[in-house]
Structures are given as structure tokens and as C-alpha cells.
Design a protein around this ligand. Structure first.
Ligand SMILES: *[C@@H]1O[C@H](CO)[C@@H](O)[C@H](O)[C@H]1NC(C)=O
Ligand SMILES: *[C@@H]1O[C@H](CO)[C@@H](O)[C@H](O)[C@H]1NC(C)=O
Ligand SMILES: *[C@@H]1O[C@H](CO)[C@@H](O)[C@H](O)[C@H]1NC(C)=O
Length: 368
């Protein structure tokens, strides 16, 4: 690595542009624990659907988002009993089965009116004067109504039928196929909600994310059972800080702090922490993205399997899956930034990179 001047704690950060270091391969440390029976089943449905419907316009995420209408055992038994031609369920048969046994993907999240939404908040964007620009800004502002959701009661009553996690409060979702709340998307939503003066909605999002820290020890990538093994850029304390700056609500901060400390501990524990030594022999503790996962991401299972098919050994495929999930943890997803060979996705090496943005986020949490 390039030598760094350890006199300034900022100096190592400035030198960290995609710095490669000799990482011990975490793939070995990632233990293959079984995924939940529900996710395993929905992934087999996903593979069957790809075989039936073909890859054109196929979105694997739809299948792991399907809420069950009945219990898993009878849903699975009916699936196993479907007629197959050369191992493939005919498309029309599969469609009938899906309609009969599942709700629509996303139907377990209900549209909710945010309580603090007003069509034109007092003092909204005071510097925007041109009427047509103001009108457009108010249209964007009105989208909060479109993106606000709450978890349906049935998810709380029968969580075993849903990959959706039962969050306590209302949420704002990114939209489209991203039906559930996401970690770092929420940071940008909150920045916008503060402009829209929807302070209570912003706090509710944070309370939901804090509840994930309480349960899992960290904020999941998103509020789904299949996201429990990776996080996203740690911006929870930045959310709390930004809300505090606007509202001065110290009680809110006080409630958050213990869980913010818990999250900080997660990012500075074995999985994400690396120690690097500079030319003067000084050691620096830094962080990397490193998902606790080494199999296809359930929401993109068929895609990851196809990408990995070119790799020849099971160990290489496991490492690839681990790198793909770790790249998803970065929040930026897939680009040459994380690849050893920019035209070959299978060379993703995210866990061997110390990202300057991640380290800046964690530095801000540690030293303000
Ligand atoms: C949100 O807007 C999109 C695009 O205009 C529309 O298709 C969708 O039905 C809206 N959803 C809600 C919940 O208002
Ligand atoms: C995935 O996460 C769950 C809960 O956070 C944990 O119990 C499990 O061990 C993790 N699995 C792997 C493969 O690390
Ligand atoms: C990078 O990947 C491409 C596509 O697989 C391949 O053709 C090329 O030879 C690779 N380059 C190097 C330097 O390995």
C-alpha cells in the first residue's frame, strides 16, 4: 500500500482510492447456514418459473416477494404435484398455481397516507420563485403520498408466510420492484422529507431501521427475510443527525444513541474491520464491505447462478456469490469499481477493497 502519514487521522483516508490489500479470504469464514425453508422454497419456484417462462422480461425478485395464501407445507406439496413436461411446468399451469397459492408481490405492504403530508408546506423551498419550477417541485413533493406504505396486519399475524419483515411503523419505499424499505435509500428519502417538512415520517423511518438494529444487530440491506446477511452504507447516525439539526428533538436522539452504538460495533467487528500497516509500521483500523453470504442472492438467484456458471469450481462460485452480495452491501452495486477485470463480472473483488466512502462514513460516526 502507499505510505501514509499517521500523524493525521485523515491522511490514510485520503490514500484509500480503491486500495487493494492482501485480505485473508473471508469466504472460509462465512459459514453456510441453511436459509429459511420459505426462502429456499421460493427460490425453487423462481428457478421453475424461469424454466417455464424464459428469461425475457423475467424478474426473479417477484418470486421471493410472493406472500403465501396458505401454509408452506401445502403450498409446497401443490408445487411438487404440478405436471411437468421434460421437467418443466407448462407456463399456463404455473400461472394458475401462482394465482391460487400466492398473493400479488407487494400486496402485503399497504399504501398509507403520511400523517404529516400537506400539499404545500409552509415555507416550502423559499428560494424557488419561478411559478413553473415551484409547480414542478410540488409535484415531486406529492410523490411522498405515492411511496408511503405500512406493513399489512397479516404479516405480523403470520410472519412465516411472508419474506416481508414486520416493521413497527410506516415506511417510504424506493418504488417499482423495490417494494420494501431499504437502508441507504432511506437516507436520501429522509433528506427529501426534511425539505418537505415531514419530520414525523422521517423519524418513523429511522425508528423502523433502529428496530432492525435491535433485532439483528445491524440495519439490513432492506426489510426482507432474504436481506438478513448484509447491510448497506452505514448512514443511520447521519439520518439521526440530519433530523436533529432540523427539529432539535433531543429526546429522539437519546432514544437512538444506544442502537447507533450497537450498529457502530457491528461495523467495527471482525467481519468489516481490516488492519493495514503503513510504511512507517503504523497500524490503521479500516473497514470494508463484506456480506455474510456465499450463495446466490435470493432476489437475483437465477441471475447470479447464470453469472457463476462460467466458473469451474464450487469454491470459485462460492467466492463469486460472496463478492456479489458484498457489492450489493456497498449500495452502489455492479461496476468496474469493484472488478479486477472491468469486462468480467466474475472478477468482482469487493472484499479486497477498502472503499474511501465507507471509511468516511465510519470516520464521521467515530469522530463527528
Ligand atoms: C404511483 O405512481 C405510479 C406512476 O404514476 C402509479 O403507477 C402508481 O399506481 C402510483 N401508486 C400509488 C400507490 O399511488
Ligand atoms: C445470516 O444472518 C443470520 C441473522 O443475521 C445469521 O443467524 C446467520 O448465521 C447468517 N448466515 C450466514 C451464512 O452467515
Ligand atoms: C477481461 O475479461 C474479458 C472478458 O471476459 C477477457 O476477454 C479479457 O481477456 C480479460 N482481460 C484480462 C487482462 O484478463
Amino acid at each position: 500500500m502507499a505510505p501514509s502519514n499517521s500523524a493525521s487521522p485523515l491522511a490514510p483516508l485520503l490514500l484509500l482510492f480503491l486500495l487493494l490489500f492482501a485480505a485473508t479470504d473471508m469466504a472460509d469464514a462465512v459459514r453456510s447456514t441453511p436459509i429459511t425453508p420459505l426462502i429456499a422454497f421460493l427460490q425453487s419456484l423462481q428457478s421453475a418459473a424461469l424454466a417455464s417462462l424464459g428469461s425475457s422480461g423475467f424478474d426473479p425478485k417477484v418470486y421471493v416477494d410472493l406472500p403465501l395464501k396458505r401454509d408452506l407445507a401445502s403450498t409446497q406439496a401443490a408445487f411438487d404435484a404440478l405436471p411437468r413436461v421434460d421437467g418443466v411446468v407448462p407456463a399456463a399451469t404455473l400461472q394458475r398455481y401462482v394465482d391460487e397459492y400466492f398473493g400479488v408481490a407487494g400486496s402485503d405492504l399497504l399504501v398509507a397516507q403520511p400523517a404529516d403530508f400537506v400539499a404545500e408546506p409552509e415555507g416550502f423551498l423559499p428560494k424557488v420563485e419561478r411559478p413553473e419550477v415551484r409547480a414542478w417541485a410540488l409535484q415531486v413533493h406529492a410523490l411522498w403520498k405515492n411511496l408511503s406504505r405500512r406493513v399489512a396486519d397479516e404479516v405480523r399475524e403470520q410472519p412465516e408466510r411472508h419474506t416481508l419483515l414486520p416493521l413497527p411503523g410506516p415506511v417510504v419505499v424506493p418504488g417499482s420492484r423495490f417494494r420494501e424499505v431499504y437502508y441507504w435509500d432511506s437516507y436520501w428519502s429522509i433528506r427529501g422529507l426534511l425539505v418537505s417538512k415531514m419530520y414525523e415520517t422521517a423519524k418513523e423511518i429511522v425508528r423502523n431501521l433502529l428496530s432492525l438494529v435491535e433485532t439483528y444487530g445491524f440495519v439490513l440491506n432492506g426489510a426482507r427475510a432474504y436481506y438478513t446477511n448484509r447491510s448497506q452504507p452505514p448512514l443511520l447516525s447521519a439520518m439521526v443527525f440530519d433530523i436533529y439539526e432540523r427539529t432539535g428533538d433531543m429526546e429522539f436522539v437519546k432514544q437512538a444513541v444506544p442502537l447507533l452504538l450497537k450498529e457502530h460495533k457491528f461495523w467495527n467487528s471482525e467481519v468489516h474491520k481490516v488492519t493495514v500497516q503503513d510504511a512507517q509500521g503504523h497500524k490503521h483500523s479500516l473497514n470494508r464491505y463484506n456480506a455474510m453470504w456465499d450463495r446466490p442472492r435470493p432476489e437475483s438467484g437465477t441471475i447470479d447462478e447464470e453469472s457463476a456458471a462460467r466458473l469451474s469450481s464450487a469454491a470459485q462460485r462460492r467466492n463469486f456469490y460472496h463478492q456479489v452480495a458484498s457489492t450489493a452491501e456497498s449500495g452502489w452495486d455492479f461496476s468496474s469499481r469493484w472488478m479486477r477485470n472491468s469486462s468480467d463480472l466474475t472478477t468482482l473483488a469487493t472484499t479486497s477493497i477498502i472503499p474511501v466512502d465507507l471509511n468516511a462514513f465510519i470516520y464521521k460516526v467515530s469522530y463527528g
